[in-house]
Design a protein around this ligand. Sequence first.
Ligand code: HEC
Ligand code: HEC
Length: 152
Amino acid sequence: MKSFRLIFCVLLLCMTGLAGQVLAASPAIESLRGMEAVPATEPPPAMRDYINDKENIARTFEEQPPLVPHEVDKYTINLTENKCLDCHVKQPGKDKAKSVEMSEAHFTDRNGKVLDHPSAARHFCNQCHVPQIDAMPLIGSNFQPLPLPARP
Ligand code: HEC
Ligand code: HEC
């Protein structure tokens, strides 16, 4: 019994020694917010301008919600109104060139039923569509999309 305890203690010592070495060898972990102490206040990142009324930044993958190529701050979306629909729903007599029609998916409910009005599931447009800004990604990536099929 005594020798068993001795072997156990020696093993335990070896393991703690090993763990210490692994910890010492690992590189310092750096947070994305920098090495500031958590309670420290940092200056906010600079506000960037939206890229307006220009070409849309190309979609990165099929089925990506396209970025919004215009300002959105004045277009209210709440329980009772949705300003985006003023331009993005076909309306009789409305100049077609002034908007892009939402795709059929926006008129289909979650059970696949086609509706004659925009689906409530798509009411909050900015859940999926965000304005475009000229910002570098925080972390580099070598992601390559598959070639997109030609859009009509
Ligand atoms: C005053 C009319 C108007 C309103 C309101 C409006 N849009 Fe647009 N939107 C346009 C026009 C016109 C385009 C075509 C590109 C351009 O000329 O800027 C467009 C383009 C887009 C596109 C890109 C479509 C594509 O295929 O690339 C998206 C996404 C979009 N708008 C989303 C929104 C969202 C979300 C809102 C509400 C927050 C909104 N729009 C409100 C007129 C409008
Ligand atoms: C759940 C995510 C989601 C929501 C919410 C949503 N969309 Fe989309 N939208 C998409 C996706 C994904 C696409 C691209 C695939 C497609 O065309 O169906 C798209 C495409 C579009 C397009 C381009 C259509 C085309 O043929 O180029 C417009 C314009 C648009 N959405 C406007 C809107 C507006 C306005 C709202 C709010 C009323 C809205 N979307 C809400 C996901 C969403």
